[in-house]
Design a protein around this ligand. Structure first.
Ligand SMILES: [Zn+2]
Length: 342
């Protein structure tokens, strides 16, 4: 077969065009043309890049969450400290610094007295039958306050004369006058529970009795800004000791459950019946004291710190007792002697 040669004119050569040098990365500066990325390698690269993007997004979201969490925590802790329980007054750092520091166990330690008392007496109390302990001491007690009109005057006199007293406070009055309660405690006087509503306990169920006592304790704690357990209580009207004795067993059970010593009195001058007659109160104190004083007996004197005539008479009442050679003591001292001494 013959070779047929077809003449083809030579292909004109195009002059070489000067193309701008391709940009090459230094790494690829091998002189070889870039190899196309194989499909598998391209997918791996894309996946890696996607993973990095996802990782960055997750990190951003986590950082945002952390900021939100820190902010929320700060808001929550601030909110909790400023609101607290609905009825608890918030105490700012300045106010807290002004509050009396929680007192240590007062002498005598009423916890110890309580343990000793219940070991020998199923219903420990003081003067509930009008009989006190033996001695020559006078325990002044003030009921029904604190009252902003008269309690400050009484506290002034006690402070001037260096006399320690016991205040049987009404929970409602404490809630209305918390600063006065703080002053009573800060000046070293004992505080006893006189129920929240000045309730006659002989007409209450056991649950109602407990409510009256507990809410008063809460009012005292709220006023002070710390727990200040009261060891003493005085039932309003002296009940159920004086009347309504049917409620007495139940009452005794309740106060024992609350670790409270019921405290009555041995001297009742009836100060609240004497209007504006301050001198009449002094005479009534002397009369009641003389009538009840047979032998050497400590006396528990019933007064009311919401009575103007009592506040006015108090300096002379202190004069009277000091003039008779006796000294003042707290109800807790008399209870300690009754139950701690062999
Ligand atoms: Zn009372």
């Amino acid at each position: 077969m013959e070779n047929i040669r077809v003449h083809r004119p030579p292909t004109p050569r195009r002059p070489p065009t000067r193309r701008p040098p391709a940009r090459r990365s230094p790494r690829r500066d091998s002189g070889k043309p870039p190899r196309p990325i194989p499909k598998v390698a391209s997918d791996t690269f894309r996946r890696a890049r996607r993973r990095r993007l996802v990782a960055r997004r997750v990190a951003c979201v986590l950082a945002l969450c952390l900021v939100v969490a820190l902010f929320s925590f700060g808001t929550l802790t601030h909110g909790a400290s400023s609101s607290g329980r609905g009825h608890v007054r918030s105490v700012s750092p300045v106010e807290a610094a002004a509050l009396p520091s929680p007192p240590g166990p007062p002498p005598p330690n009423m916890g110890q007295v309580w343990v000793a008392a219940v070991a020998r007496d199923p219903s420990p109390d003081l003067a509930t039958g009008g009989v006190g302990t033996s001695g020559i001491r006078i325990a002044l007690t003030f009921d029904d306050g604190p009252d902003p009109r008269t309690t400050p005057l009484i506290l002034d006199t006690l402070k001037e004369r260096g006399v320690e007293a016991t205040f049987f406070v009404v929970g409602r009055q404490v809630a209305e006058n918390p600063a006065l309660l703080r002053r009573i405690v800060a000046e070293g006087h004992a505080v006893g529970n006189h129920t929240y509503d000045h309730a006659d306990m002989s007409g209450l169920s056991a649950g109602q009795m407990r409510d009256e006592l507990r809410s008063t304790q809460e009012a005292v704690d709220d006023a002070l800004g710390h727990h200040h357990p009261m060891a003493l209580m005085r039932p309003p009207y002296g009940n159920p000791y004086l009347e309504g004795s049917a409620a007495l067993p139940q009452f005794r059970e309740v106060v024992r459950g609350q670790r409270l010593f019921p405290v009555a009195w041995t001297v009742d001058p009836g100060d609240y019946l004497l209007g504006d007659d301050a001198d009449g109160v002094v005479r009534a104190v002397a009369r009641a004291d003389a009538a009840g004083r047979e032998g050497e007996s400590d006396e528990v004197v019933l007064l009311h710190d919401n009575q103007g005539q009592t506040a006015e008479a108090l300096p002379k009442i202190v004069d009277y007792y000091e003039g008779s050679g006796r000294r003042f003591a707290g109800v807790d001292d008399l209870l300690a002697d009754k139950y701690l001494e062999p």
